[in-house]
Design a protein. Structure first.
Length: 306
């Protein structure tokens, strides 16, 4: 019998009051829940899985030909750090172009890759914006009040994760080291291999794959908006000695110009603001610097606490 954690929420009717209540309860408890009824076509998901496996099966030299850099965050990378510690994984990041320097890169030998990942990105973006409006309403704001930081420009992206087999799981290697997500929320597509864990009630809890479901977790921005009513979950990905693992997170992030702080509906005489306003451009650039090397202090919202 499946554990009741995390809860499974059907969002086919995301505007219903009971759906809002279920999401609010999940965000108050741990900030993690499954969603079903999300509307993303299963054929698109199957095509994405095929293209992801094909990409990571390419020779290293072919993958590194489309490597991302400190100047251009979109592309392949196999030396990712989390909190300055090397992760046991390869990644490919895809997001919107921004000027001449920040542009998506696609594998030359996989002609179907680009249309599939673009279609999946758009499907996740639409779903994430629906959930954003639920979060706004649950925090006492008009449903579309937060849209301004996400339309028409934003910095959301899709990441393809490949975790090779590791013969020494937890013996010095972690698929992804413990962290919170810096943005608004994450939609995660998992394969059949377990590995995701969330820190809750002083212990690590597995968030195992559930057929037809996506995992949602809130990020640092929601914690700030909520004035700590919701807490962004600390989570990690384990390695596996028996089989590789693949996953696809979509990160909903605002425009670089966005500035966020506790929402006015979360602040009163008994609950003063716990954070000063935070520039997303500044915070994101500080956090991203740690992806490449030990450059400065790792950005955390606690550094902006009042």
């Amino acid at each position: 019998m499946r554990s009741p954690y995390p809860p499974v929420i059907d969002i086919a009717e995301a505007e219903r009051a009971f759906t809002h209540q279920a999401i609010d309860a999940a965000c108050r408890d741990s900030g993690v829940f499954y969603v079903v009824g999300h509307g993303i076509d299963t054929r698109l998901i199957a095509a994405l899985r095929r293209q992801m496996r094909a990409l990571f099966a390419e020779p290293v030299a072919v993958k590194r030909a489309i490597s991302r850099s400190a100047e251009n965050p979109w592309g392949f990378y196999d030396r990712e750090l989390t909190r300055y510690t090397r992760d046991w994984k390869e990644v490919y990041d895809f997001g919107p172009a921004d000027g001449a320097a920040i542009v998506p890169q696609f594998p030359a030998g996989l002609p179907a890759f680009r249309p599939v990942i673009e279609a999946y990105y758009e499907a996740c973006n639409a779903l994430a914006l629906r959930l954003l409006r639920v979060l706004a309403r649950n925090l006492g704001m008009p449903p579309d009040s937060l849209d301004r930081d996400f339309m028409p420009e934003h910095t959301s992206f899709v990441r393809l994760n490949y975790y090779p087999k590791c013969t020494s799981p937890l013996g010095g290697h972690m698929g992804v080291n413990p962290h919170t997500d810096s943005g608004v929320l994450t939609l995660l597509l998992q394969d059949e291999q377990p590995g995701l864990e969330v820190f809750r009630r002083d212990a690590w809890w597995p968030v195992d794959p559930l057929p037809q479901a996506l995992v949602v977790n809130i990020g640092d921005i929601v914690q700030v908006w909520s004035n700590d009513k919701y807490i962004a979950p600390l989570h990690r990905a384990l390695t596996n000695a028996d089989a590789p693992r693949f996953s696809v997170p979509f990160f909903l992030n605002p425009a670089y110009s966005a500035e966020y702080a506790p929402l006015p509906t979360t602040v009163d005489a008994r609950h003063p603001p716990r954070y000063r306003p935070i520039s997303w451009r500044e915070f994101r650039s500080r956090r991203a610097a740690g992806d490449y090397a030990n450059q400065g202090e790792y950005a955390q919202i606690s550094q902006y606490a009042v």
